[in-house]
Ligand binder design. Structure first.
Ligand code: GRF
Length: 212
């Protein structure tokens, strides 16, 4: 069976994690997955440009345009169904998804967070905040975590983590950059690839069992 797992990437900002995924797919490092659609919840999100440049469908879906969170999530669900999406990747997606939405896609939504969970995570820990908190606490290592998304902010099952050294005199911006380069852009594509391969293998097993 050669079918690939179809992936939706949700992003709000610059989209460097999206770019890492696009590059990984292009260089054959996500053999069992393909990015089918990129959804941005901000008109200004550069992530949408990156998608278009890579020839990937890009959609802007704002809460405002769809009359609030419910309509916004309904539109995303519509797009997932249209594109036969099986894996949803939050790559710098600044929107808290409703419990209903998250439960509907149990173990099918993953997120990248710029710290070693359970440190420096939860509500409000986005952007530079986890790095400022890590520097204030004086930790010697921080890093990034890929995890499944459940109804608790940054509380879902951990899939992958990578540690990154904190250097004396680091600014939050310098630390953020190192965490992205050394951890986020590495573990996110790896985790996506692994999940896709596992899902394909699971489908093959299910098919084999059905044939007996
Ligand atoms: C990353 O630090 C990611 O960990 C966090 O948001 C940031 C997104 O950056 N969730 P980008 O849009 O991928 O460049």
């Amino acid at each position: 069976m050669s079918r690939k797992i179809r992936i939706a990437v949700l992003a709000s900002g610059g989209g460097t994690n999206l770019q890492a995924l696009i590059d990984a797919e292009r260089s054959g490092n996500i053999p069992d997955g393909e990015i089918a659609i990129v959804i941005c919840n901000r008109k200004s999100a550069y992530a949408a440009e990156r998608a278009k440049e890579a020839g990937i469908r890009a959609e802007i879906v704002t809460r405002k345009a769809y009359g609030g969170q419910e309509g916004f999530e309904a539109r995303m669900t519509e797009l997932f169904e249209e594109e036969n999406i099986e894996l949803i990747v939050l790559a710098g997606f600044l929107n808290i998804l409703s419990e209903d939405f998250v439960r509907r896609y149990d173990h099918r939504i993953i997120n990248i967070h710029p710290s070693l969970i359970p440190a420096f995570c939860g509500e409000g820990f986005y952007g530079l905040v986890p790095h400022i908190a890590a520097l204030e606490r004086g930790v010697r290592v921080t890093g990034a975590t890929v995890h499944f998304v459940n109804e608790i902010a940054d509380g879902g099952e951990i899939i992958a983590q990578k540690a990154v050294e904190v250097r004396p005199g680091d600014t939050p911006e310098e630390l953020q950059k190192r965490v992205m380069e050394q951890a986020e852009w590495v573990i996110l594509p790896e985790a996506v690839s692994r999940i896709c391969t596992e899902r394909i293998q699971q489908k093959e097993r299910e098919q084999d069992n059905g044939c007996i």
